[in-house]
Design a protein around this ligand. Structure first.
Ligand SMILES: [Zn+2]
Length: 309
């Protein structure tokens, strides 16, 4: 294939707007002599194919720096236009980094199989069933759960031993899945990158994006709006999966009473009592206890390996 044809093929990866921008950036490339073009083509192709994620920040129109970055082999992330596949790939890299440096996974087979089974049951009937979901148990006694983009959900052992039944655990998982359904981590990353001046002329360096993803998952609470949305979508998902909706309220109330440190899914914005009120309004009292997951003894048996320690 002719080099120019290959470049044109590569450009079809981008949306219409992006094609204009990227074409402008490639003008210097096309003005080079043929032999130079051939020399530059291969690094360019490898970068373009490796760049699973493409950039369209306001600064992107300063085209030349992207060209330079491409030649230096830096992978650029474009957050505005991220496909499901690209999101899953970035999520995998964030997960690898989390597991390598930040969290310790619990590998008990029985517990992991059980948590995965609850998670898949919820994910199947979520509003985003077409990406893979990975549910992992984190060896950590604090009552917490969190998620990152691309279908990764983390449940702390401390949360699993604090919960009284499967409906409560499922309610937290449904809330975390809802953050993924709402693409909240991507929106958060985009905002954080812009706020911190991390978007270079060309976009977001992939390694910076991964580090930012780790930081967002562990240390930065979601906005009030995202929390309310996750509660709402989560509750709907919980009910669709056949769980008793009361699980969501009872778990929040219990945490409020124990006055523990505030976990992600109960982050301070908005205030928890307000969220409980919103949930109680959303739940039909007649149906609150209708559904699976209220058997406390069955739940204790499933997570017994965590209790024996
Ligand atoms: Zn949340």
């Amino acid at each position: 294939m002719h080099p120019d044809t290959i470049i044109k093929e590569l450009l079809t990866f981008f949306s219409n707007t992006d094609i204009l921008i990227v074409s402008a950036m490639l003008n210097p490339f096309f003005s080079l002599s043929r032999s130079y073009r051939r020399l530059l083509l291969y690094p360019l192709i490898s970068v373009f194919t490796a760049v699973s994620l493409v950039v369209a920040t306001p600064q992107v129109s300063q085209g030349i720096p992207l060209f330079e970055l491409l030649l230096r082999g830096i992978q650029i992330i474009q957050m505005s236009n991220i496909s499901d596949n690209q999101e899953v790939q970035l999520g995998k890299q964030i997960n690898q980094q989390l597991v390598r440096q930040e969290i310790r996974l619990n590998r008990n087979q029985q517990v992991n199989r059980y948590i995965n089974q609850i998670g898949q049951r919820l994910a199947e009937v979520s509003e985003r069933p077409d990406i893979p979901y990975t549910f992992q148990v984190v060896e950590d006694s604090s009552v917490n759960a969190f998620a990152t983009m691309g279908g990764f959900v983390y449940m702390n052992t401390g949360l699993l031993t604090e919960a009284d039944n499967e409906a409560e655990v499922a309610s937290v998982m449904a809330h975390e899945i809802a953050h993924i359904v709402g693409r909240h981590a991507i929106k958060q990353m985009k905002e954080a990158a812009i706020a911190n001046g991390l978007t270079a002329a060309a976009g977001l360096d992939q390694n910076v994006a991964i580090q930012l993803g780790v930081d967002l998952a562990l240390r930065r609470p979601n906005s009030r709006q995202h929390e309310l949305e996750a509660d709402k979508l989560g509750l709907e998902n919980l009910v669709r999966a056949g769980y008793a909706p009361y699980g969501m309220v009872s778990f929040m109330e219990k945490l409020l009473q124990t006055g523990r440190s505030v976990p992600e899914f109960l982050s301070t914005h908005p205030a928890t009592p307000q969220r409980i009120n919103a949930l109680e309004r959303a739940i039909d009292p007649q149906a609150a206890f209708v559904g699976d997951g209220l058997d406390e003894i069955a739940y204790r048996n499933q997570i017994r390996p965590l209790l024996r320690r």
